[in-house]
Design a protein around this ligand. Sequence first.
Ligand code: SF4
Length: 208
Amino acid sequence: MEKRDAVAAGLMLPVMEAFYTIQGEGTFSGHPAYFIRLGGCDVGCVWCDVKDSWDAAKWPVLSIDEIVAGAKQYLGRKVVITGGEPLMYDLGPLTTLLKSEGFSTHIETSGAHPFSGDFDWVCFSPKKFKAPHPSIYEHANELKVVIYHQSDFDFAEKHAALVQNDCQLLLQPEWSKAATFTSKIIDYVKFHPNWKISLQTHKFMDIP
Ligand code: SF4
């Protein structure tokens, strides 16, 4: 099979980096996890801190067997698939293989492409720069909205109205704006107790 066809089938994927660390954000903050950062993103967030990921062609294309072998080197059994925008790819084959090897599968996605894959935890972090695909709303276990501008609170509520009732609702200050927005988020959550705060604790710990 041509490499391009294997990528289209989700049997090979461009991997920018993969590393074992501590999940710093969201509901699973503090848990050890193996991160697989896929290359390729067409969302274009102005504050993106992984702009190197945008061009998928820059990164090696690995088979899903090679990717899973990387995860198996470590003791932790949580895998977080991130990007880039991982839903640019069919994640069915990779997640099926991960689960067959005993991994719990998590994703961090903007939801900008049709949902695929078998996930135990879906962190949906919508972005203003490219609208989510409607398929994400029924799968999201966690809605994590990055607050970079005052209008992001309304943006957060708009998406909260579309997710399932049991979806966790999280507001997270964008790192460079934390001095401005952390106190506003604290006040907001006090008055809107269905929301919780998420902080990028890995940045405080100075780990990836
Ligand atoms: S969706 Fe993620 S990877 Fe893509 S531009 Fe936005 S922050 Fe960066």
